[in-house]
Design a binder for this molecule. Structure first.
Ligand code: ATP
Length: 235
C-alpha cells in the first residue's frame, strides 16, 4: 500500500502555505516530517484529515495499483494540543470511543488492557479528563487513535509533552505499529526523528522533499538535514 499526495496546495488569503506537495509514502515506514516554524506541517495534516479544505490537488491510497479514496476509518490524527472531552472520565471516554467504533475495531481488548498499553495507572482511569495532566491527555488521544488501527497515522508533535520514560514507551509502541501502515510524524526534535523514523521528509517553501541518507553517518546526515532546513544547498 502507498499513500500518494499529488500537487496539494493551500493558501490562507495571500499566503501560499502549501504550494505543490507531491509525495508517495510507503507502507511499513515511519516518516519524520521536519520543517521550520510556520512551514505548514500542521496545515498539511489538517488538509489530509479534511479539517481544512485544500485549494487543489489530491491524495489517496494506492493498493495493488488501484486508487482508493481515504475514508474516516483509514486515518488517525493525533494533535499536538490534546483535545479530549474534559467532562468524561478516562474510562467513559474510552468506552464511548470503543462503542461507536465497534465495527471497525479488530481484536477488541478490555478497557483496562488498553489503559495498560498506555501505562495509565488504575487510580487514574476513573478520574475526569479535566484532571489529567497534559501528557496523560496526550496518551488518551494517542490511545483512541491507535485502537481502530488506521492505515494512515498522522502525529503532530505528539511526544513533546511526555516524560522520557513514556516517550520511550511510545516510540516502542509506534515501532510495533508500523507494519502494514504509514506513520507520518512531525517533530522539532531531531534526535527523535533520527531515532524513530525510517525516512526524513522536509517541508520547505510549500513543497516536500526526502533527505537521502545513503552513505552518510548520523553526524553527516544531521548536518544535511540542518542545511536543508536552513534552505542551503542540501546535497
Ligand atoms: N487558520 C489559519 N488562518 C490563517 N493563517 C493560518 C491558519 N493556519 C495556519 N496559518 C498560517 O500558515 C502558516 C503555516 O502554519 P502551520 O501551523 O501549518 O505551520 P507549522 O509548520 O505546523 O508550524 P510550527 O512548527 O510552528 O507548529 C503560518 O504562517 C500560519 O500563520
Amino acid at each position: 500500500m502507498n499513500f500518494v499526495i499529488e500537487h496539494l496546495s493551500k493558501a490562507f488569503e495571500k499566503k501560499q502555505v502549501l504550494k505543490d506537495i507531491s509525495f508517495t509514502f510507503d507502507s511499513g515506514k515511519i516518516y519524520g516530517l521536519l520543517g521550520r516554524n510556520g512551514a505548514g506541517k500542521t496545515t498539511l495534516f489538517n488538509c489530509l484529515n479534511r479539517d481544512l479544505r485544500a485549494d487543489g490537488g489530491a491524495f489517496f491510497l494506492l493498493e495493488n495499483g488501484e486508487k482508493k479514496e481515504i475514508s474516516a476509518e483509514d486515518i488517525g490524527y493525533v494533535l499536538s494540543t490534546p483535545t479530549v472531552p474534559e467532562f468524561l472520565t478516562g474510562r467513559e471516554f474510552l468506552k464511548f470511543f470503543i462503542d461507536i467504533n465497534e465495527s471497525s475495531i479488530a481484536d477488541k481488548k478490555s478497557e483496562d488492557a488498553y489503559f495498560s498499553i498506555m501505562n495509565i495507572e488504575e487510580e487514574d482511569r476513573d478520574k475526569l479528563l479535566k484532571d489529567y495532566s497534559h501528557g496523560m491527555k496526550n496518551k488518551m488521544q494517542m490511545l483512541i487513535n491507535i485502537i481502530a488501527q488506521p492505515r494512515l497515522l498522522l502525529l503532530d508533535e505528539p511526544l513533546t509533552s511526555l516524560d522520557v520514560v513514556v516517550a520511550e514507551e511510545m516510540k516502542q509502541l509506534l515501532r510495533s505499529l508500523k507494519q502494514d501502515r504509514i506513520i507520518i510524524f512531525s517533530t522539532h526534535i531531531m534526535e527523535l526523528a533520527l531515532d524513530l523514523c525510517d525516512e526524513i521528509v522536509i517541508l520547505n517553501h510549500g513543497e516536500l522533499e526526502v533527505v537521502d541518507q545513503s552513505n552518510l553517518d548520523s553526524g553527516e546526515f544531521k548536518d544535511k538535514i540542518i542545511r536543508a532546513l536552513k534552505e542551503e544547498e542540501n546535497d
